[in-house]
Design a protein around this ligand. Structure first.
Ligand code: ATP
Length: 430
């Protein structure tokens, strides 16, 4: 679709439900606010994006390693990091309808739920961390938090990684996994959820290198987003102004994407100095120093943190891919997903499902293609209907086996974006 403004949230939500990408969490019981379930196609799309991230930033680089830390962490983690005291949003309650909102997200002169004027009192700080109990006794000592970010699981393993792998600074540790935040008002589909996934990197550096490496990260992020299929024209780098920076950060860029609900944060890139390792050092009494191999003095590394949200990436990719055109006088919806991200790469079908020779040949092609690709078998309805279905889930190629195939060993390969059909030899396809 040429005009990106036309993609509405309803278009995306309804396509996701209709085609099995994303469903409301616990839908059968009426749902649970702020939770979403990935269906068969959504889970593959999400995994493709997460795998691309891992491959790009961990597997293909010499200066990066991964960890997978526990979600439940010693509560000291969240005291030292500042989350217990300051990981809060301002909460206001309407005196008329008792609706609760985030003060910084609404116009407080009028309640967005009931319309009552001047019904809000003073905001109170509401901590976003979920709490639970670890062990059979419910007292203050057994209270634990369900991690609100993956980053602390990286910082707390800094020393383990340094002591076991002796990496040279600069090096990074990456982690991808679930995070939980008790958002006051989950909204805009998966954009603001209470349970979501993050992909975070702490890149440990020498302080004197921060400006150069920050620029390198900007370039790396740009390249990754392009490969993931995020439309660069809809991404905007917002330099967080000095007054709004966290006290420990010297520079932060919020990467905003033009979502259907407006321009909003997709990911963040922050130079966090030695704030986090310094905090851990103080709170644990253990040195978080790095000892250079050339014998120069030990130091606590500084960090640059690229922090991606998976749900927001999935949404940005879907919005970038969502396209409409007209084919034979009819509106067509298709997802222009990159080949490596699309949940299905090839759809294979016999022209007619009641012709045994065609079905057998098609099965043969399907089995061969499946060895190295994600392939779907589809023999429902007529070919036109199959194409529409595959277009909507972003399948780049539909392969049809017809009577000519039996004669000359060629198949029809139909391109999702151009709808062009070509005859291709089976050997060349495989
Ligand atoms: P926001 O200001 O939108 O609440 P944030 O600045 O608190 O986000 P960070 O703490 O920097 O977010 O988290 C890093 C990334 O994690 C975000 O850029 C976003 O992609 C993702 N993220 C954070 N909160 C949520 C959420 N409630 N639902 C989905 N993704 C989230």
């Amino acid at each position: 679709m040429a005009d990106k403004d036309k993609v509405s949230l309803e278009d995306i939500v309804s396509l996701c439900k209709r085609r099995g990408f994303i469903f409301q969490g616990s839908e059968v019981y009426g749902g649970l606010a702020g939770t979403w379930d990935y269906g068969p196609l959504g889970v593959t799309l999400k995994k493709n994006l997460m795998n691309l991230w891992w491959k790009t930033f961990v597997e293909d680089r010499d200066d990066m390693v991964g960890v997978d830390a526990a979600i439940l962490m010693n509560p000291k983690t969240w005291q030292a990091s500042g989350h217990v005291d300051t990981f809060t949003d301002p909460l206001v309650e309407c005196s008329n309808c008792k609706g609760r909102f985030r003060e910084d997200k609404i116009d407080t002169s009028k309640c967005p739920a009931c319309g009552e004027k001047d019904s809000f009192g003073e905001a109170r700080q509401f901590n976003l961390m979920f709490e639970t109990i670890a062990g059979p006794v419910a007292d203050d000592d057994s209270k634990v938090y369900i991690r609100p970010e993956t980053a602390q699981g990286i910082f707390t393993n800094f020393k383990n990684v340094v002591d076991t792998l002796y990496p040279e600074v600069p090096f990074g540790i990456a982690q991808a996994g679930k995070a939980f935040r008790n958002e006051i008002s989950p909204r805009d589909f998966v954009f603001r959820s209470r349970e979501f996934e993050q992909m975070e990197i702490e890149y440990f550096i020498n302080e004197s290198d921060w400006e150069r490496l920050f620029e390198q990260w900007r370039a790396d992020i740009k390249a990754f987003l392009a490969e993931a299929g995020v439309n660069a024209e809809q991404v905007h780098e917002l330099e967080v102004p000095a007054d709004d920076l966290a006290h420990y950060s010297k520079r932060t860029i919020d990467y905003e994407f033009e979502y259907p609900h407006g321009k909003d944060e997709l990911l963040g890139l922050a130079y966090r100095t030695d704030f986090d390792l310094g905090n851990i050092q103080r709170a644990s009494g253990k040195k978080m120093e790095y000892r250079p191999k050339d014998g120069s003095p030990a130091f606590v590394p500084h960090v640059i943190e690229p922090s991606f949200g998976v749900e927001r990436l999935v949404m940005a990719v879907l919005c970038s891919a969502y396209s409409e055109d007209e084919q034979n006088g009819e509106k067509r919806v298709y997802l222009k997903l990159p080949e490596n991200i699309a949940p299905v790469k090839y759809c294979v079908s016999p022209l007619l499902k009641n012709k045994t020779e065609l079905v057998e040949k098609a099965r043969e092609v399907y089995t061969k293609l499946r060895e190295n690709n994600s392939v779907m078998w589809d023999d429902n309805g007529n070919i036109g209907k199959r194409y529409r279905r595959q277009d909507e889930i972003g399948t780049p190629y539909c392969v049809v086996i017809d009577f000519d195939t039996l004669e000359d060993g060629t198949v029809t390969v139909r391109d999702r974006d151009t709808t062009e059909q070509k005859r291709v030899k089976i050997e060349d396809l495989i």
